[in-house]
Structure formats: C-alpha cells, structure tokens
Write a protein that binds this ligand. Sequence first.
Ligand code: FES
Ligand SMILES: [Fe+2]
Length: 446
Amino acid sequence: MNFAGSQLEAVLADVRRGMIPAHVYGDPQIFALERDRLFARSWVFLAHESEIPDPGDYVVRRVLADSFIVARDESGAVRVMFNMCLHRGMQVCRAEMGNASHFRCPYHAWTYRNDGSLTGLPFHAEAYGGEDGFPREGQSLLPAPAMGIHNGLIFISLDPGAPPLPEYLGDFAFYLDFYTRQSPAGVELRGPQRWRVKANWKIGAENFAGDSYHTPHTHASVVDIGLFREPKASKRKEGALYVAGPGVGTTYKLPPGGDFASQLRYVGYPDAMIPAMAASWSAGQRALIADSGFMVSAATLFPNLSLVHNWPQIDERGTVAPFISLRQWQPVSERETEVLSWFAVDAAAPEAFKRDSYKAYLMCFGSSGMFEQDDVENWVSITEMAAGSMARRLRLNSRMGLTSAGQPIKPPLATFAGPGVAYQGFGEFNQRHWLRQWSDHLEDPR
Ligand code: FES
Ligand SMILES: [Fe+2]
C-alpha cells in the first residue's frame, strides 16, 4: 500500500467531512502530492501589471521551485518565461526586479531579448558554425504553459490544458473587483515585502479564506489599543462568509441605514473616489454594499492568493483609512512558506489618500504589521505540532456551522447580492470549500 493509494483516500474522505488529519499540515508526502497534482495544474498568481509598467520592466517570481521572469517586452506585451538557460540550465536572471532590454546568462553569456528570444551566443561562428550550424530563429526561453491576466493580475498555469482564466475565476471575479478595480485606472501595487515563516502554506490560505472566528481572540490587543471604532467582534459576527467558484471570502456588516456612498465614506473612502467606484462596479456589486451593508474583508482565491480589505484608525484624531493588501503563500516545503505581501491602491486615488491607506496597511499587515505578528505565531505552532507522530492520530474539527448530520445550522442568506452561497455569522464553510478543492486536486492522478 503506498501513500497515494487507500491511505490518501482515507485522508481525503476525512477532509471532506470537515475532520482534517492533522499531519497534512506538516507531511512531506502530502507536500509532494501538492507539488505534482495541485501546483502543477492550478492557476497561480505571479505579479500585477502595475509592477512592470514600462517596456523592459521585469520581476522574477516562482511557482514552487520553478522560477519565471515576468517581463514587459519592447512591444508592451506581458511575457512569462521559464528562467532557465537553453544552454546548460543556469538561472538566467538572478535579480528580483529591474529593467532590461536583454537578459544575459551568467554562465556562458547566451543572451535573450526581453521577449525571450535568443539573440546572442559568444563565438557563434567558431563554436556553432554560425547561423548555418545553429540558427537562432525560433530559439526562446520556454514560455509559461498558460498565462492569463485579469484586472492586471497576471496568473500562469503549468498545465497547458488548464481552463481559460476567466472560466476558472468564474463567480469569484465579482468579489475580486472590490479589491482590484475601484476605477478604470485599476490598482497599483507596492512591494512585495517578502519573508519566510516556519509554517505550512495552507494555514494562511485557510485563515484568510474565512477565519472570522480567530479575530476577537488572536487579535484582541489590536482592538484593545483602539485601532478600530467598532466594539469587539460585532462587525464580524453579523458579517457574511461567501463561497463563489474557486474563491471564498468574508465581509463585515456595516452599521444599518447607509446608502452606497455613505457606506464607502464610513470606511474612509474620500468623496473624490466614490463616483469611479460606482461606475466601475455592476448593479449587483453596488447592491452588496448599499442594500445589504456588506463590505468585503479577507478572501482567498484557490490555491494561494489572499486579499484583505480593512479600515483602521490611523491617528489620534480617529481618521479612518481603508487599505487593500494582496498576499501570496508561496510554499518552500511542508514546513516553510515564503510570504509575499503587497499594498494595493486605486491608481487614480488622490495622493493624500494613497499615503493614509499605505499607513493603514503598514499598521496592520506587512512584515511588521500587528495582525501579521499575531497570526504567524499560531501558524508556526500548528506546523510544529503537525509534524510529530501523534498528529497522525488526530483529526482536527473543522465543522463549524454544521449540525452533527452535516446540515448548516442556519440556512444560507436568502438575499445576498453577490453570486455563490453566503452564510451569516461564524462558520468554517469557506475553509471546507477550500479544502474540498484541495482534495479534488490531490485525488486526481492524471
Ligand atoms: S548555461 Fe547559460 S549560457 Fe551556458
Ligand atoms: Fe488574523
């Protein structure tokens, strides 16, 4: 019996009923399956177009061990190229970001244009017989097997047969707009800050997916120091958890009685930004805020991109400023994750707002953010516990919101302006949805 056989079936059956074998958060065999069956097939976020605005701009990003150059070529097109030299396999570009018309391999100096095409080989005539011996035509760094862009977000899939990105995003695109399209200008990203945590990558993805339950306790000190106006947990308890296509997320409930503009003002958006938001969003998107009073908070797009929107008080006068952060849980091993954390803001926003919003982000998230510090302590501990032998005997209870018969304690919200299914209050519907997708990938041997 190998692990990929009946043992895996048992693990996945437990996961699907919301009882998670604890070792999945620290198991090298599970991690190997995640590499081969999940990351080899999913759409994975790499970068945002605003990170490479000009021809020649590039960033270097990874999908697990595979390094990619994400570049804007001379024609302005976005290219994603496997960062391995066609000659002897050296990593061609070793810088994290920059601007270059060409990439020259450090080993023997083969040179590629920023569209990936091979242009220069030292001693081409003497070593290869020139163009007759080795024509450069058609030689190119390997392009990503599939690439797609949505609201400037650049995704790739290592599976050339992946469904088109719009089809994959499905209903989650509705929610993605709140974070990444507040005006026709779109968002601009700053960062990323990158750091490594000794935690399994799934824990952060699941936490942002819908763990409203941890906030009042784990982040109690953030509330105690008065970072938020609302009394402890109230805006969360009445908030919604939604499941929509490959994404899941949470919303806060705003005080009742507001209209679209006043709700946005309440969370700190200046009047100058509100008409563009109204024009950029559909009637349904506006209704989620206006009629229901729901404002998006944390979310996760399967597998490893999370988003967060919150609105702390940034000074003693009680100025409230909203911020958006994108974050990626980049697995290093089953016990270590590289976190990439970006600040995102509407590119057309007033400069004063951008400054306030950046301050709000830095207070909460990023390497020194208060939420980040609180969270990571938990995640490291879970990973340590999961790596021992007793964890193989324990199934973690992830059934919040369900009766023992597996029915929702409360029915889904009957009137929720967004697509998908939404529940009000606490529950682990979102984590289970994320884990179901995880299970579906791990079980597929293709
Ligand atoms: S390995 Fe890149 S030029 Fe030889
Ligand atoms: Fe948290």
